[in-house]
Design a protein around this ligand. Structure first.
Ligand SMILES: *Cc1c(COP(=O)(O)O)cnc(C)c1O
Length: 383
């Protein structure tokens, strides 16, 4: 919901652009902070959802850590104020340079996804005289019942170490001199709205803990990853995800040993709702079965619909018409997949009308490209 005043600022801003509501971001962070403090849970923000420096700095103010999936994310998080002692680094394909950069900053933990990777980290750590803290990213074999493109915890997903190999991996890791195994890590997918996968995840974590116990290990860190979803259909009714409900559920289902710390890595749930992409209608044109509304943003600016078939709520925020019409809302890019929505009901739309793509704060601006040599959309933080 945008005020008249805000829309008048949008009117004079070159489109397309991203608008971020920092006050909603702060309210979201307050809610998360409160829910996590109740149980002493450690929160890391998943930088890949949105690495805009203004947003990183705001999140950093809450004392949260950063969850990174590339060396550049590690460096960016530290540059924006995150303490290296709260940075975790995951990813199936960490390069030697990325590992060395993270070692140089003495990050909190590498979340490791294969035995070979751990051996390489051991070798590089030994060369620089460091001990690397690592957690094993285990693949729990859980179906998070989300979009197949972002379902990461299935047994044959490329992510993580199959949990059936836990004992073998632990035995191999224990002999490595420059590795300190501190925990286990999971991340089962994204845009998860049902809490059942999280209950299963707690069960799996409890089972893993028992297996580790049998090996004589009591690891201090458990990291349950991120994945909490947001309401893309009703961003105004549900602007802040129910962190409390999720964390209460975890508290009820997860076995936590004396002194153990529980970590989470939320990306989408923190930033999705505070971001909107604003575009301008360039043209409308009738076709035999539909009418096209051609806007000046394309999938290079917001790729989620083209990449995952994702839904974003679309609003014509300047139309004065009381009548609606059904549109295919499309971008200018020379690809047939440059479509934001088909058969979408909007007020009668005309050239010049501003179109808002809601809930675009996560995996929006950060996934932008310069395809067709288009300019990158800028970010604005109007109060
Ligand atoms: C992407 C990712 C996250 C964040 O996922 P969201 O669905 O945005 O909360 C957390 N942890 C890891 C390892 C990731 O790759």
């Amino acid at each position: 919901m945008f005020t008249k005043e805000l829309i008048s600022k949008f009117e004079t801003t070159p489109t397309p652009f991203y608008y971020y509501d920092l006050s909603l971001l702060r309210r979201t962070l307050d809610t998360l902070f409160k829910a996590a403090s109740k149980y002493g849970y450690k929160i890391h923000y998943a930088v890949k959802a949105n690495a805009n420096p203004e947003i990183l700095k705001t999140i950093c103010e809450y004392g949260f850590g950063a969850d990174c999936v590339s060396g550049n994310e590690v460096l960016k998080a530290i540059e924006c104020g995150f303490s290296p002692s709260k940075v975790v680094f995951a990813g199936v394909g960490k390069s030697d340079k990325e590992i060395n950069d993270a070692l140089a900053h003495d990050i909190f933990c590498f979340n490791c996804e294969s035995i070979q990777e751990i051996q390489v980290i051991n070798q590089l750590a030994s060369q620089s005289g460091k001990i690397a803290r690592i957690a094993l990213r285990l693949n729990p074999g859980i179906d998070a019942h989300t979009n197949k493109c972002i379902n990461t915890g299935l047994e044959d997903s490329k992510f993580g170490i199959n949990f059936n190999y836990l004992e073998d991996v632990v035995k191999e890791v224990m002999v490595l001199k420059n590795i300190n195994l501190v925990g286990i890590h999971f991340h089962i997918g994204s845009q998860i709205l049902d809490l059942e996968p999280y209950r299963l995840l707690c069960q799996r974590s409890n089972e893993m803990q028992q297996k580790l116990q049998l090996l004589g290990l009591n690891l201090p860190e458990i990291n349950l990853g991120g994945g909490l979803g947001v309401d893309y259909y009703n961003p105004d009714q549900n602007p802040i995800p129910d962190f409390e409900n999720l964390l209460d559920t975890i508290h009820q289902n997860l076995d936590v040993r004396e002194g153990q710390k529980v970590h989470f890595e939320f990306g989408r749930a923190v930033v999705a709702q505070c971001g909107t992409m604003i575009a301008r209608t360039l043209y409308t044109k009738p076709a035999s079965k539909t009418t096209f509304a051609i806007v000046d943003a394309g999938f290079n600016d917001l790729i989620r619909p083209a990449l995952y078939g994702s839904y974003h709520k679309i609003e014509n925020i300047t139309s004065t018409s009381n009548e609606t019409e059904t549109y295919d809302v499309v971008g200018p890019i020379c690809e047939s997949t440059d479509v934001f929505a088909q058969g979408y009901k909007l007020p009668v739309t005309q050239r010049g009308d501003l179109i808002a793509f809601r809930s675009a704060g996560a995996y929006g601006e950060i996934m932008a490209s310069r395809y067709n040599l288009r300019d990158l959309a800028k970010a604005y933080f109007f109060e």
